[in-house]
Design a protein around this ligand. Structure first.
Ligand code: NAP
Length: 299
């Protein structure tokens, strides 16, 4: 198959594109510099130079492909509109990447007991209302002669398989721990995120390309942990004695910025990947705590 992938130099898109190329597909990947073009070529991906703002470049690449995987941004409506317009009426699959912070609840590091699967109604926070509206816009194209599908990962961990190696939350926590000589979470750190190993996430994209019906939406998770649990594991990995530090929200915002702190590091995002499992997805990667303590982050 011919597959066009945005975000081909990134963590998710790079991992998916590299896997598809190694499986023998002809993969083209959007990149925005000559340096990134070289980086993706090393994984067997043919670079397409452009950005998410270049609607005509996106449309051309999508028309030349059998399948489009959009993994550059969960939020870029212009790019989504250009890609969907190009595949409408063609029957082609459009696999979009969202993110489970759409169900996120700001809680200043406190735990929430709210758990969401694909059938749970969501009232998004103001910070994620546009992302939820974009998801609805994408799925509404099920009636427009294409196969829109959304993969909605929770916190992803593990080393990427392609040009983009690192994810977001765990590396942020590890960098801060190294800087301070002790891991630190925002507030009490009892807030919980579902999580998924990149090694498990990639096969879900492959499954979605192969057999997800038009208009389907899939959370991706295979467990959950509190930020405090992750910090305890980071201290063990780094050999720091004692408990992690509970930062004030102001202190955390000074480290990570206010939006990242409130919506990502101190919030809850607890989801269940019910539909992905029904589709046949069988995640079996190392759990987050084990991966931190004994896996790829040690180096
Ligand atoms: N990582 C997670 O845990 C996670 C979980 C759920 C959802 N998500 C969402 O999934 C999306 C991708 O995440 P990621 O972790 O793979 O991010 P990433 O590693 O930063 O990769 C983003 C990719 O998109 C490209 N890109 C970004 N803006 C672009 C633009 N305007 N034009 C062209 N290319 C552009 C980047 O190119 P460059 O290499 O040139 O920067 C890179 O290849 C994000 O929207 C993120 O919120 C991530």
């Amino acid at each position: 198959m011919k597959i066009f992938c945005t975000g081909a130099s990134g963590y998710i898109g790079g991992s998916v594109a590299a896997r598809l190329a190694s499986a023998g597909h002809q993969v083209t990947g959007l990149v925005r510099s000559a340096e990134k073009a070289d980086a993706v070529r090393a994984f067997g991906i043919v670079p397409v130079l452009g950005t998410l703002e270049d609607g005509e470049i996106l449309a051309q690449a999508a028309r030349a492909a059998d399948v489009v995987v959009n993994a550059a941004s969960a939020d870029h409506k212009g790019a989504v509109a250009a890609l969907l317009d190009a595949v409408s009426g063609s029957g082609k699959a459009f696999i979009h990447t969202s993110g489970s912070s759409i169900v996120g609840e700001r809680s200043r590091g406190e735990r929430s007991d709210d758990i969401f699967d694909e059938d749970t109604p969501v009232t998004p926070s103001p910070a994620r209302a546009a992302r939820v509206a974009l998801n609805e816009f994408i799925l509404s194209h099920r009636d427009k002669g294409c196969r829109p599908v959304i993969v909605c990962p929770s916190l992803i961990y593990g080393i990427g398989h392609g040009a983009g190696r690192d994810s977001v939350q765990v590396p942020l926590l590890i960098r801060l721990a190294r800087k301070r000589g002790n891991a630190a979470h925002a507030g009490p750190g009892e807030n919980i995120w579902s999580n998924v190993h990149i090694d498990d996430l990639v096969p879900l994209y492959v499954l979605a390309i192969d057999k997800a019906p038009a208009g389907s939406f899939y959370f991706a998770e295979n467990g959950e942990n509190s930020m405090r649990d992750a910090c305890v594991a980071i201290n063990r990995m780094l050999g720091f004695a004692g408990p992690p530090t509970a930062m004030s929200m102001q202190e955390a915002a000074a480290e990570w910025g206010e939006g990242t702190t409130e919506d990502t590091m101190a919030s809850n995002s607890r989801v269940r990947a019910k539909r992905a499992r029904q589709l046949g997805w069988e995640p079996n990667g190392r759990g987050l705590i084990e991966e931190i303590e004994q896996g790829c982050y040690r180096n």
